[in-house]
Design a protein around this ligand. Structure first.
Ligand SMILES: Cc1cc2nc3c(=O)[nH]c(=O)nc-3n(C[C@H](O)[C@H](O)[C@H](O)COP(=O)(O)OP(=O)(O)OC[C@H]3O[C@@H](n4cnc5c(N)ncnc54)[C@H](O)[C@@H]3O)c2cc1C
Length: 322
């Protein structure tokens, strides 16, 4: 990567600039010159992104750099979002939490307010990669990369997170569920960036949970991810439910039939059996080395049932506290 501005790599002893890259001591290193920009305001970032067709924003670059290394086209300008204070801030204002889109997931997992209010969303954030990855990875990158197997989108969705988006025309707010539209595709217009996420404090007797299955014990992507959030009344009956599955369709799948099966019932017995069946039926998974279609469907049902069970236990423990 080049240095700030459009300064080219300097030729020097043993280094010679060529049309295709750099030739050093007989080796053709094929390095091209990307420029690096580090804006400190949202407006500057939007201007930089709009300044060239091949400009790209990034937060942790834990998706972007591996993709470039794997042969995706190199951006001409890499716009680093991590120096914009608003994009890396976590705050609570009244009953609303605001989390900057570039905030490292390690900071999210260490925030006592978020841990208490959204244990499942924090669990999902804490599953991304390793400690090293989490010192860089962000919710904004996880959502904008639009991988069907991304871990945080199902939990953002069951918690009804809103995404604040800035672009050349100003700011707008949409449901986080509306951002990813297909593998690698988003509803962001050219020149738009995710600025922050807003989450409302859950009501009393409400909690979430997230579970995923990976083929190995570390550092793999989900075969299935399942997020659930439930609200109970004083008798333990479900009054509200949200269930979302990852890695089983091109985008996150909500399961309204499973949610309806829980309402008015204890989260046990027949209601949980209905959740499992509806979740399995809602999937349209791929067949690949991580799992067959039949396996993914079955796992989706099992994880949905277990995630509902854990969320309900947490909601019970939380009692009347919101
Ligand atoms: C070893 C390893 C393990 C991993 N494990 C997991 C895992 O277990 N689960 C999982 O879900 N992911 C995993 N990932 C993928 C990655 O770490 C996550 O998707 C992470 O959340 C991406 O965040 P980032 O800030 O690094 O994104 P970046 O790489 O910075 O950006 C990703 C994409 O989003 C765009 N983008 C970034 N920020 C914004 C913004 N604010 N507005 C608009 N567009 C934006 C970028 O242009 C790029 O297209 C792993 C990656 C690696 C390398």
């Amino acid at each position: 990567m080049g240095t700030s501005g459009s300064k080219p790599l300097a030729a020097g002893p043993g280094v010679e600039l060529t049309a295709g890259g750099v030739s050093a001591m007989g080796y053709d290193l094929m390095l091209s010159v990307m420029r690096y920009a580090s804006p400190t305001t949202v407006a500057e970032a939007v201007d930089l992104l709009g300044s060239e067709a091949d400009a790209r924003v990034y937060a942790g670059a834990t998706d972007l750099i591996p993709q470039i290394r794997a042969g995706r086209p190199e951006p001409t300008v890499m716009v680093d979002l991590k120096r914009i204070e608003r994009l890396c801030a976590i705050s609570a204002n009244g009953s609303t939490y605001t989390v900057g889109a570039a905030t490292p997931t390690a900071d999210i997992c260490a925030d006592p307010g978020l841990v208490a209010a959204f244990p499942g969303l924090v669990e999902a954030s804490g599953l991304i990669g390793s400690d090293q990855i989490q010192s860089r990875s962000s919710w904004g990158g996880n959502l904008a990369n639009a991988s069907p197997a991304a871990d945080t989108p199902p939990s953002l969705i069951v918690n009804e997170a809103r995404a604040v988006i800035a672009g050349p025309g100003g700011e707008r707010t949409v449901a986080a569920a509306e951002v990813a539209t297909g593998p690698g595709q988003t509803s962001l217009a050219p020149g738009e960036i995710l600025v922050e996420f807003e989450l409302d404090q859950p009501p009393a007797r409400t909690a979430d949970a997230y579970l995923r299955l990976i083929p190995r014990t570390e550092m793999d992507i989900a075969v299935v991810g399942a997020a659930a959030r439930v609200t109970l009344d004083a008798d333990g009956n479900v009054t509200a439910a949200a269930i979302a599955l990852g890695a089983v369709a091109p985008t996150v799948v909500r399961v309204p039939e499973a949610e309806a099966a829980l309402i008015g019932n204890q989260p046990s017995g027949d209601a949980l059996a209905a959740v499992e069946a509806a979740a399995a039926a809602a999937t349209t998974p791929i067949d690949d080395k991580r799992g067959t279609v039949a396996y993914r469907r079955q796992v989706a049902g099992v994880l949905a049932r277990r995630a509902v069970t854990i969320a309900a236990e947490r909601a019970r423990e939380r009692g009347g506290q919101s």
